[in-house]
Write a protein that binds this ligand. Sequence first.
Ligand code: 9YT
Length: 132
Amino acid sequence: MIVRTLQEAEKTERRVTAKNWESVRLLLKSDGMGYSVHVTTIYAGTSTEMEYRNHLEAVYCIEGDGEIETLADNKVYQISPGTIYALDKHDHHILRARKDLKLVCVFNPPVTGKEVHDATGAYPLEAEPIEA
Ligand code: 9YT
């Protein structure tokens, strides 16, 4: 059984920061669940381009206001509390926050905690990629 709180996790290396966002990884690969769970804040006024080639990600908004644009078709979807989006096609996208976006993110396969975004906006995978 694993029980931990956001409040204690954010005082550890589970909290990571970047220019446009910060994130607390409540569950990581080492927790053995087969997915990771993150509470991520995307800072107001930022635009972040991402493409997780090696991961599937679902993102549920609990606070804030923003939008996501999928770059393959330039479609824009509004994001507010109660909205979930799932990058089921490893969608290349831009996330824009009008107000601080607080998001619960689930990654499959799980993030190890050591990844940094590479030049394509993806996280590298330790094992075989899902697709080339
Ligand atoms: C919203 C989003 O794409 N979050 C990704 C997770 C976050 N950047 C993290 O924990 O690395």
